[in-house]
Every structure is written in C-alpha cells, then in structure tokens.
Ligand binder design. Structure first.
Ligand SMILES: Nc1ncnc2c1ncn2[C@@H]1O[C@H](COP(=O)(O)OP(=O)(O)OP(=O)(O)O)[C@@H](O)[C@H]1O
Ligand SMILES: [Mg+2]
Length: 318
C-alpha cells in the first residue's frame, strides 16, 4: 500500500463549467465505448496521462485470510461507491480472492445491486451491531457470485447512527462485528453512505485502507479536502494504520475535453495515489443495477468489466 500523506485538495475549480458534449450526455453514452489512450515517444499513455502499466494476472492464493478491509468512501453522493464496491469485489473474486461486501448505507443499494431485497430482510448488519444476541454469521448472505458474500443493510441502519452515539466504543462497532470473519476472507469492502457521520467513521476505523471514488466532473474535488481531513483525524485518534489505497476516477467520458481537464487536475493534485485504472461513463452500469449483477457477469467483455478487473489487479498489487 502507498504511504499515507495527508493531502489538501487544492481549490482547483475556480472557473465556470465547460460546455456539455455536443448532443448531450445521453447521446455521448449511446455511441460505442472508447478506450482513451495516446501514443507519445513510443509509449502508450492512459487517461491519467501516465504510461499504461500492464499488471500481470495475480497468482492464485493458497489459503484465505486475514482480510484486508477497504472502505469505499466519499461523502459526495452518486460518485460510484456502490458500483465500484460490487464490481471490484466481483473482479477480486474472479482472481480467486474470497470477498466480503459490507453494505454500510441505510439506502441498501449494494444489497439491491446484488439481487437482495433489503426491505424483505428480518436481520441485517444493524442487528449484528446493536444486538449482542445476533451473531454476524446470522446475517451473512452468500451471493450468486462465486467467492462473494454480503452483509446486507436496510433503512434500520439509519437508527444506528443515532443509537450508537450513547454507546461505549461507538466508533469501533463495525470493527467488533467484522473481527470474527476476517480470517475467512482476503478482502472486505465496505460501501459507505454519502456522509462523514458516525457510520462512515466506523468504516474508517475498521479499515486498513480507503479507496476514494471520484467522479470526473467539475465539482468533484469540492469536499475532498474535508474527506482527507476526516481520514487524517481517524488515523490520528482511532486507527493509526489507516492508509489511502487509491483515488479511483469514475464516470470518465473520453469524448469530452471537460473529462480530460478534470482528470488532469485530479492527477496534478493527488499524483501517484490516483489509480491508473479509470472507469468510463457508460449506461451499462445503471443496467447492471436493474439486473442485480456485477458488470463482470452482465457484460463480461465490456470496457467496464475489463476496467474493474484491471482495478482489482492494481488493488492486489498495492
Ligand atoms: N461509470 C459509470 N457510468 C455511468 N453510470 C454510472 C457509472 N458508475 C455508476 N453509475 C451510475 O450512477 C449512479 C450512482 O452510482 P453509485 O450508486 O455507484 O454511486 P454512489 O457513490 O454509491 O451513490 P450514493 O452516494 O448515493 O451511495 C447509479 O445509477 C449507477 O448505476
Ligand atoms: Mg452508494
């Protein structure tokens, strides 16, 4: 993993937004997918402006665990946290890793994206956190994806945010629940809700590392300074080994100058912690939510599936 460097997000977006792509975003989405590469001095540059580094397929693991816990975190809504949790998880499992996905958002979108109807569940991660009599194994679901299990959530979890305030060791509640499972998995991915409240602090306290999905959009860097500040505080006060594993640029549109400009500024601001892998904007992702499947299953040869597999290789290597 990379060494943690407290970062200040610079005020990079001072000007007015660039014009929308001709024909609008929808028209752009309907054109065929394109991979954004450029030849310079004999090497192929990826969308980050860095040479594309080919990462070989990771060797299989001989036995599972102890798990590395990664929090997928950004308090900005709709940046691709849940989509990335599902598809990174499914891709890690394709490489033989055992993966536990934790839905830590009362909206339950991760559960829905894996074909589980949260409102039909009697017990969720909320019960494992709040009730001593409920064991985490009792709320564990096996998903339709080989090697991927799920701790689901639903709207009940929103009560935990309030109820935990009065608890002793409130920030360590998720960590306590996950501990008995860590030996069985290689990766635990925690899908955070879009806020920096107590649930997210719990995820950061339980985590070894953070992955920050960042939409390639004009205002996406607004608020990153506050997120970095929160991560730094959790590291100082609750979890000294917390590390930023990487920033993942999502919803990149290679056809627009706007996306390229945002990408360039993200790389300028955060440097090497930005993953080489960039996730393009495509209607394929909303389709997968409806299908309740990861893109690696729904459209295994699509650019999106290839990109998340590459991200999995980067995560395994970091
Ligand atoms: N690369 C992409 N291209 C196009 N649409 C995408 C992409 N990634 C995600 N989406 C869509 O954008 C919406 C928001 O994505 P997602 O739910 O993953 O974000 P989130 O950060 O988890 O949101 P929230 O903050 O509400 O939890 C969803 O409808 C999803 O299908
Ligand atoms: Mg989400």
């Amino acid at each position: 993993m990379s060494t943690f460097q407290p970062l200040q997000a610079p005020e990079v977006f001072g000007e007015a937004p660039a014009a929308a792509p001709p024909g609008g975003a929808k028209a752009a989405e309907e054109r065929p997918e394109r991979v954004d590469t450029e030849q310079r001095n004999g090497s192929v540059l990826g969308p980050t402006g860095r040479p594309l580094r080919e990462i070989p397929e990771p060797p299989p693991v001989e036995r599972h665990g102890p798990a590395q816990v990664l929090a997928m975190c950004n308090q900005k809504g709709g940046v691709g946290k849940t989509t990335s949790t599902i598809n990174l998880g499914a891709s890690l499992a394709e490489y033989g890793r055992k993966v536990l996905l934790v839905d830590f958002d009362p909206q339950g979108a991760l559960s829905v994206g894996l074909g589980v109807q949260p409102h039909e569940l009697d017990q969720t991660i909320y019960n494992a956190i709040m009730e001593n009599s409920v064991k985490v194994q009792d709320v564990l679901h096996h998903t339709a994806i080989d090697g991927v299990d799920l701790l689901p959530s639903n709207i009940d979890l929103s009560a935990a945010e309030v109820q935990l305030v009065a608890e002793v060791g409130r920030e360590h509640s998720l960590m306590r629940v996950l501990r008995p499972l860590l030996g069985e998995y290689d990766y635990v991915l925690v899908d955070c809700q879009p806020s920096l409240g107590l649930l997210t602090v719990n995820a950061l306290t339980a985590a070894d590392g953070v992955i920050i999905p960042l939409e390639c959009e004009f205002f996406s860097l607004r608020g990153v300074a506050l997120l970095m500040d929160t991560i730094e505080k959790v590291r100082e006060r609750l979890n000294p080994s917390l590390d930023i594993v990487g920033i993942l640029a999502t919803m990149y549109d290679p056809r627009t100058l706007h996306s390229k400009e945002v990408m360039a500024r993200v790389v300028e601001a955060f440097g090497e912690i930005v993953f080489d892998t960039v996730i393009n904007r495509t209607v394929r992702f909303p389709e997968t939510t409806v299908a309740g499947e990861p893109i690696t299953k729904w459209a295994p040869k699509s650019n999106g599936a290839v990109a998340y597999r590459q991200l999995a290789r980067e995560v395994i290597r970091r």
